[in-house]
Write a protein that binds this ligand. Structure first.
Ligand SMILES: NC(=O)c1ccc[n+]([C@@H]2O[C@H](COP(=O)([O-])OP(=O)(O)OC[C@H]3O[C@@H](n4cnc5c(N)ncnc54)[C@H](O)[C@@H]3O)[C@@H](O)[C@H]2O)c1
Length: 265
């Protein structure tokens, strides 16, 4: 894995936990300097501390991605520390339970603000330096909920579907400037976010492990995802290996978006 991101500077939002934290580790192992941004500064600092153990250059930044000036400050801090931004993993996100008739307007607005506007604002913050450098790679975290119908997540699905549309649109706008934009669409990967969603769905009565075992049985490949599944696809999309790919939203989901989502999953 060494050198796949040699000399690159990667900004990761939601780097304090789950997919973002693990991708920070993978990017650092691949040779990148990593800016670990999260609304939870202590969590971002924990990720940075673990990267520092292996000698990686990294920096923790507090950001609420739904806040425009905070997103701009995140990019400015990264540029000040490392002089450039080669890649952005716009990954921060929250759960969003409820159908159109049950979700409150406040919950809808918060999920759209973090999961969709947060991607817009993070991209907007880093794009000027990428355009000036005529080079850059952006990866956003969408979801299979952005590709197929998943029950009872109206705001989340709208936000993640919005991310896939935004990725296509940005890919077209910034290709002439040498900037590529893609999205990953994970299926179920055990993280605190999914545990929180399962609790809200009453899916967890028999315990966390039992809930994930039940979920696994519904994936064609017979298991739920791992942090590596998401992080290694992201590494590829951030690296020059994917240099002729832009505008894509790629499912990493054990085949479930091909086979169809089942109620209860
Ligand atoms: N885990 C899955 O099964 C799964 C599946 C599909 C998509 N996703 C998406 O993957 C991304 C990462 O989720 P995860 O599963 O690793 O969850 P997680 O809860 O482990 O990590 C999410 C991180 O985002 C941070 N965050 C939340 N709101 C923020 C904000 N406003 N500004 C900055 N940081 C904020 C949290 O503090 C946390 O560290 C999310 O966008 C999520 O929607 C996850």
């Amino acid at each position: 894995m060494v050198d796949r991101l040699a000399d690159k500077v990667i900004v990761i939002t939601g780097a304090g936990s789950g997919i973002g934290a693990h991708t920070a580790t993978i990017c650092a192992q691949a040779g990148a300097a990593v800016v670990c941004a999260d609304v939870d500064l202590a969590a971002a600092e924990r990720t940075v501390a673990s990267l520092a153990e292996s000698g990686a250059r990294s920096l923790a930044v507090q950001v609420d991605v739904s806040n425009a000036s905070a997103a701009d400050a995140m990019a400015a801090t990264a540029l000040e520390a490392f002089g450039k931004i080669d890649g952005l993993f716009a990954n921060a996100g929250i759960t969003g339970e409820g159908s159109v008739t049950s979700v409150s307007l406040a919950d809808w607005n918060r999920v759209i603000a973090v999961n969709l506007s947060g991607v817009f604002l993070s991209c907007r913050a880093v794009l000027p330096s990428m355009v000036a450098a005529e080079s850059g790679a952006i990866v956003a975290t969408s979801s299979i909920g952005g590709l197929v119908g998943v029950p009872n997540i109206a705001a989340y699905a709208a936000a993640k579907g919005g991310v896939t549309g935004l990725v296509r649109q940005m890919a077209v706008d910034y290709a002439p400037s040498g900037v590529r934009v893609n999205a990953i669409c994970p299926g179920t990967i055990p993280t605190p976010l999914v545990v929180s969603a399962y609790k809200q769905r009453d899916y967890i009565a028999g315990g966390v492990d039992e809930a994930f075992a039940r979920a696994a049985s519904r994936f064609p490949l017979g298991r739920v995802g791992t942090l590596d599944d998401a992080a290694l696809l992201t590494l590829y999309l951030l690296s020059d290996e994917s240099g002729w790919m832009t505008g894509q939203s790629l499912a990493v989901d054990g085949g479930v978006s091909t086979a169809g989502w089942q109620v209860g999953q």
